[in-house]
Design a protein around this ligand. Structure first.
Ligand code: MTE
Length: 396
């Protein structure tokens, strides 16, 4: 069934068990099979076995503008929760006139079905490159913790309107059904976004409560049965296994908003408390073909990769440039994919090599004039690495 045809009616036409079976196959609700999960391709590179965190090899990553589910990175802080969709409810509470408790079928029945294409990227993407200055803790991502998908669901703004947001509201909190254990304390994963982002209605920028990814129900690893998708924001705000929305006058106190996803130079509790959470993702680009260390011959080479603008509304990629001489001269790359708000672009460049070309470098510029920095300032938690991406070459 195509993306366009998997509509509210067709989803509703299935019983809850049917939806569950479609997503889980014969494994029912109790599957906890990580790398054998059918949505997780054997080709993903496991960065952490449990909880499962994995990214695709970079050449695979850029084969398609819409990333197939089985090569979409997985970033989970806890194990995939065991859910029975029959009992699954979404609650909406906090600063609202009418708190709501919605079964999945109510949600799909009551609100219009909306689709959007958006890129998700982990704030920790490219974290392993901080090691050139000083290694940071956490999952050591290469540049593959990113993917672009077609999401289908209902608009957060429609659900908030139905609940009636009170005048003093400023933020929307999300909570997942998974449990994360850190330092012997167990708690749910949570996210938070400013209310105006939650109310956005632009076709490309609206925050979704998504039930489908690339025309199929979400898979367990990607948040079945419901997740938020917040275009332009770091992946951490797109909360999987969503079961609770709270409208509030401040950002969520959840550990992953209050402490974790922040740019700080050291582990200092006061400083962390005073630092704003990261929301928008950052301007970035990477070379995916050839791969690092590839042997190349001849005097010309086709180089390919992805680029992404800062997730602030209204920006798009202006220019992507590749250098084969350490940044002294640059060749312009061509965009080879659609250019859409809040989505990555794929690019290709035909680059001249000399005998001395021992590396390739890429940098992107966006329409606000922001240029990717040559060197990304180090930060303690290893987020938003966006220095010029460099791959070494072997001349043969
Ligand atoms: N939601 C829940 N409930 N638990 C999580 O661990 N990880 C977040 C976000 N939503 C997470 C979550 C992070 S850090 C990222 S980058 C994205 O999910 C990754 O989404 P994906 O695994 O579908 O690629």
């Amino acid at each position: 069934m195509s993306f366009q045809h998997l509509t509210r009616r067709s989803l509703l036409g299935r019983s809850a068990v049917g939806i569950l079976t479609l997503a889980f196959g014969s494994r029912g609700t109790s599957s906890r099979v990580w790398s054998a999960d059918p949505d997780v391709s054997a080709d993903l590179i496991t960065r952490q076995a449990s909880p499962f965190n994995a990214e695709p090899p970079l050449d695979r990553l850029i084969e398609k503008w819409i990333t197939p589910v089985n090569s979409f990175f997985v970033r989970s802080h806890g194990d995939v929760p065991e859910l029975d969709v029959k009992d699954f409810t979404l609650t909406v509470d906090g600063l609202v006139d009418k708190p709501l408790t919605l079964k999945l079928a109510d949600l799909v029945e009551r609100f219009p079905s909306v689709g959007t294409t958006a890129t998700l990227t982990c704030a920790g993407n490219r974290r392993s490159e901080f090691a050139a200055v000083k290694k940071v803790g956490g999952v050591q991502w290469d540049a593959g913790a990113i993917g672009n998908a077609e999401w289908q669901g209902v608009r957060l703004t429609d659900v908030l309107k139905a609940a009636g947001v009170k005048a003093e509201a400023k933020h929307v909190w999300f909570e997942g059904r998974d449990q994360v254990t850190e330092k012997n304390v167990t708690f749910p994963f949570g996210g938070s976004i400013p209310l105006e982002k939650g109310l956005a209605t632009a076709a490309t920028g609206t925050t979704l409560l998504a039930t489908q990814m690339n025309g199929q129900p979400l898979t367990p690893s990607h948040g079945f049965p419901l997740r938020t998708v917040v275009p332009g924001y770091i992946g951490a705000r797109s909360v999987k296994w969503l079961h609770k929305i709270t409208v509030a006058d401040r950002p969520s106190p959840n550990h992953f908003v209050a402490d974790v996803y922040k740019l700080v130079p050291e582990e200092n509790a006061d400083l962390i408390a005073r630092t704003a959470p990261i929301y928008e993702f950052t301007l970035n680009s990477a070379i995916c073909v050839p791969s690092a260390g590839a042997a190349v011959s001849g005097d010309r080479l086709t180089v390919k990769g992805f680029a992404l603008t800062n997730g602030t509304t209204g920006r798009s990629v202006q220019q992507i440039e590749v250098s084969a001489d350490g940044g002294q001269t640059w060749s312009a790359a061509k965009v080879t994919s659609p250019l859409r708000d809040y989505c990555w672009v794929l690019w290709s460049a035909d680059v001249a090599l000399t005998d001395k070309s021992d590396s390739l470098i890429v940098r992107a510029t966006d329409t606000s004039g922001e240029v990717q920095p040559q060197i990304c300032p180090w930060n303690y938690k290893g987020y938003q690495f966006n220095g010029w991406h460099k791959v070494g070459l072997k001349r043969s």
